[in-house]
Design a protein around this ligand. Structure first.
Ligand code: UP5
Ligand code: MG
Length: 195
């Protein structure tokens, strides 16, 4: 694994800001691999005999950040597996969301090119999540968990956003618009940054 060959874009934003939705659209048009830290954690939690299953389930329900060692390992494995198949561009969705993760990832795996940050009014994000909760089956798509996710987002994850912002490696986009309009601004930001 040669980390100078990979480019990493972090995709951050509050719960329901549209990270997963926009990344799914991007991979259809660009040769990025989309890795959602939350999806990797949910898959690990569901894996039979996972030694971390119960711990992950509890942290997700409580809206807390799973200890970084677990998430870093899942991401590292997924990055290296895809790199082995020839992929070099990665959208890392919903990570890093705590300072220790940001520092460890860039030290141990790869430096990020930049971060896309989806800005959205809290009320809009709440409505989206409650609506999705009717069918998502996610244990954290309910009012109680959502309150905790927002608390973690403001207190623990925003410092990461500020950290990359100060480095000039941050693109902030408004996502309180229809999916296709957000996507147009995401594409605009990407094409500017990638060339
Ligand atoms: N929707 C999307 N865009 C829309 C738009 N423009 N207009 C109207 N509707 C729009 O979208 C959410 C919903 O909104 C969907 O129904 C969508 O159709 C609609 P989505 O794209 O899923 O938003 P996303 O930002 O991906 O929301 P998500 O709920 O996935 O965000 P979270 O960051 O809360 O969840 P994640 O899966 O990343 O993390 C879950 C938990 O895992 C965390 O709380 C934490 O406990 C744990 N975790 C860690 O511990 N460590 C990590 O590093 C990462 C996660
Ligand atoms: Mg998501």
């Amino acid at each position: 694994f040669n980390n100078s060959e990979v480019s990493v874009v972090f995709v951050l934003g509050g719960p329901g800001s549209g990270k997963g939705t926009q990344c799914s659209k991007l991979v259809k048009e660009y040769d990025f691999v989309h890795l959602s830290a939350g999806d990797l954690l949910r898959a690990e939690q569901a894996r039979p005999n996972s030694e971390f299953g119960e711990l992950i389930a509890k942290y997700i329900r409580e809206g807390l950040i799973v200890p970084q060692e677990i998430t870093l390992k899942l991401l590292e494995n997924a990055i290296k597996e895809n790199y082995g198949k020839g992929s070099t561009r990665f959208l890392i969705d919903g990570f890093p969301r705590k300072m220790d993760q940001a520092l460890s990832f860039e030290e141990q795996i790869a430096t990020s090119a930049f971060t896309l940050f989806f800005e959205c009014p809290e009320q809009v994000m709440i409505e989206r999540i409650i609506n999705r909760g009717k069918t998502s089956g996610r244990t954290d798509d309910n009012v109680e968990s959502l309150k905790k996710r927002f608390k973690t987002f403001y207190e623990t994850s925003m410092p990461v956003v500020d950290y990359f912002d100060k480095q000039g490696k941050m693109v902030k986009l408004s996502c309180n618009k229809p999916v296709d309009e957000v996507y147009a601004s995401v594409k605009g930001a990407l094409s500017e940054k990638l060339n």
